[in-house]
Design a protein around this ligand. Sequence first.
Ligand code: C2O
Ligand code: CU
Length: 550
Amino acid sequence: ARIRHYKWDVKNEFKSPDCFKKLVITINGRSPGPTILAQQGDTIIVELKNSLITENLAIHWHGIRQIGSPWFDGTEGVTQCPIQPGETFKYQFVVDRPGTYLYHAHYGMQRDAGLYGSIRVALPDGELEPFAYDYDRSVILNDWYHKSTNELSTGLSSIPFQWVGEPQSLLIQGRGKFDCSSLTSPSSTDPKVCNSSNPECSPYVLTVIPGKTYRLRVSSLTSLSALSFQIEGHNMTVVEADGHYVEPFVVKNLFIYSGETYSVLIKTDQNPTRNYWMQTNIVSRSSNTSAGLAILNYYPNHPKRSPPSSPSEGPKWDDVDPRLAQSLSIKARKGMGRAPPQTSDRVIVLLNTQNEVNGFRRWSVNNVSFQHPKTPYLISLKHKLTGQFDEKPPPDGYDFANYNIYVKQNNSNATTSNGIYRLKFNTTVDIILQNANTMNPNNSETHPWHLHGHDFWVLGYGSGKFDIDNDPKKYNLVDPIEKNTVPVHPYGWTALRFVANNPGTWAFHCHIESHFYMGMGIVLEEGIERVGKLPSSILGCGASKGLRVP
Ligand code: C2O
Ligand code: CU
């Protein structure tokens, strides 16, 4: 195993990823940032300089479990104090599993500003993947807003509430195309503000050699949107999800939710005299945002030549069935999955609802809307700093018998809290995520939930209200896939199982940036007494002010 050392400088820069100029947060001048390439067992060291001048910073290594290094999970308010302007912070962790992972800002809604990238962990020398391919490539999918992160987040926490709305464009590997002619205010039609011929917003080009097999690692870090991804004329065979091998299945379009990663195999066996569209479309929400487009360039055609066809319509946005069907078809690859424990020690049912709390629009889990404490949990628990968060844990369930998930509810007893779930070390925990109607009539959304510090087995999905007596009998305990991010479909439920064996404090939240900001998340603690000495670099905020050694 090797040590991979990176030096990153994070700063604000003007960029035009979709032709519209805005302030972007870059790493070493780039957004998406540099890809971390490593082998299983390597140690990654990232020396991060915060050159943002006025903004704090924290970076989360999404999908990396941080076994033995819970303090470097990068979750502001949970595992560390924010990195202040001018500071340099050193993250150090081991990548213990092969696969496709991500990194992104985890402070406020900073991820929206373009601070993200991918992590690719290869097998050790001499070990082979259970499938063959000639080339390995990756693309990150995203959605993009023209308003600044501060404007978006301030709107969400204002009275009256100002929703972020649909994104202005969809990006593929950091590039999209906003139609500058649709701008109306004279200042914004200035070509210095929006310029369709700016090379920064020419589509991303993936050049391929005809007759080969490509492993394409597709991941999503959208702020809001659920996406469908497709490559014109090419089927995709899904082989990996969130770092775990999938029993292969073929799709024409891949549904992908924020925080998920997949590897698909594609054969470049189509007419080699032309190029093809790679495209993303928004599903699950009614949106006017135009498709995200990139070019699959068959060598030696000109990489900039547009495909002769027009991009496709994409699937119907409100058709839940094919999305549920894809979720159900993801199973562990035969002979390669780890079997889950057959029973669990604790079952937590989390009802996801939209509420109004003290006049603010919030998202809640069992009527509790999450709020960050001033002192990160890892620090207050490890250093026994009392009174730093609500001692009362949030509830393990909701009023199953009487709650109608299909209608708009007032949920007038909803509160905000920073209480957390304390898990007994090494126990097996089931979490059932239950979706419901929002505050709009006849509306339920898709929420991709992401768990830090663990992979979980996906035991099942269902529509309607989870039935605690009968639905567990239908769990897949034979070949469930392990993942770290999973969708909860509209008016549906998703059941997960994991073992609480990673000492630390871990966020579990909806990966939609505005939903987590509005309280849609929880924090779990396990084995705090086994956590080693905290590095001084994560200390210094809230009640840990005096603990930091300079
Ligand atoms: Cu990728 Cu807590 O997030
Ligand atoms: Cu959500």
